[in-house]
Each structure stands twice: as C-alpha cells, then as structure tokens.
Design a protein around this ligand. Structure first.
Ligand code: SME
Length: 161
C-alpha cells in the first residue's frame, strides 16, 4: 500500500488546508489506532506545510502533556500545563499563535532553530485531549489562515486519535 498525498503547488492557504484535512480524513478512515493516525497526520503536516522544522502531537496524559508522534528533531517529553506554548494551549483550550518565540515568556526551546510557533488544542467532548504543535525557523511563519486550517484539522481528527 503506497500513499501519494502531496499538496498541489502554489495554492492559497485555505485551499492547502482543505486538501490537508481531506488527506488526513482519508488516511485515518477506518483505522482505530490513535498512534498510527497521529503519526500519519504529523507526516502530512510536514509534507504539506513549507518552512516547518517540527510538526507533531503532545497528548494529555495524567494531567500533563506527553510527547506523541511527530516529524522533526527529538523533543522534550513532558510539558506541564501552563508551561511553554504547548502548555498554554492545553491549559487555556485556546490556539496559541506565537510570531516570535523569543518574546513568549516560558517558551520551551526544543530546537534552537525554532523562531515561530502555532499550537492548536484538540478537543473531544469539550476536553483537551492533545495539542498539535507546529514550529518554524522563520519569524512570523504562521497567521490566522494557518490557525484556522490547523483548527479544522484538529476538529476533523479528534475522534480518531
Ligand atoms: N516549544 C514548545 C515545546 C515543544 S517543541 O517546540 C517541539 C513549547 O514552548 O511548548
């Protein structure tokens, strides 16, 4: 079985994210294993989104965030609620769009190359079950279109991870 998901070149972000969500729904359809589904979604994010050095998941386990499937360099394993950008997203239940991580109090530098970050909570029945974390080596890589696109992905896969 070979998958051949790839973004069409030169698309505006809303169309790119529509394709990404469609690919994520297709690749996770009928598969009950959460790790497999997060792994493929992390790989799709890396394939579809240019200028990202880390794309992946932290899962809520026992009241803290624990590293999940990702594409990128090895990362910190456990993050307390409220700590760093991921912990802020998990604690507040709100998307964190950080144009300059050096200006974010408590940012956790897993990869010194990271300059901007987007973290979106994944919720099931109103509770945060995971976060999707995207890091970029570019300043202000992410905007409101990225936030809306990753929020759409989070909603689409919430029952599958
Ligand atoms: N920078 C994140 C930590 C996770 S790594 O970037 C993969 C944070 O501050 O929450």
């Amino acid at each position: 079985m070979m998958y051949d998901f790839a973004p069409a070149p030169g698309q505006p972000k809303p169309a790119l994210y529509r394709d990404l969500v469609e690919a994520a729904l297709a690749i996770t359809a009928g598969e009950p294993d959460a790790v497999a589904n997060m792994a493929n979604c992390a790989a799709l994010l890396a394939a579809y989104l240019p200028d990202c050095n880390w794309t992946g998941f932290y899962r809520m386990v026992g009241g803290e965030l624990v590293l999940g499937p990702f594409a990128g360099r090895p990362a910190c394993i456990r993050i307390a609620l409220g700590q760093g950008v991921c912990g802020a997203a998990a604690a507040s239940g709100k998307t964190q769009l950080v144009p300059d991580v050096h200006a974010f109090p408590g940012h956790i530098a897993c990869d010194a190359a990271s300059r901007s970050e987007l973290v979106v909570p994944v919720k099931r029945a109103g509770a945060v079950i995971a976060v999707i974390d995207l890091d970029s080596p570019l300043l202000a890589r992410f905007d409101a279109d990225d936030a809306a696109g990753v929020e759409a992905l989070a909603a689409a896969i919430a029952e599958r991870i």
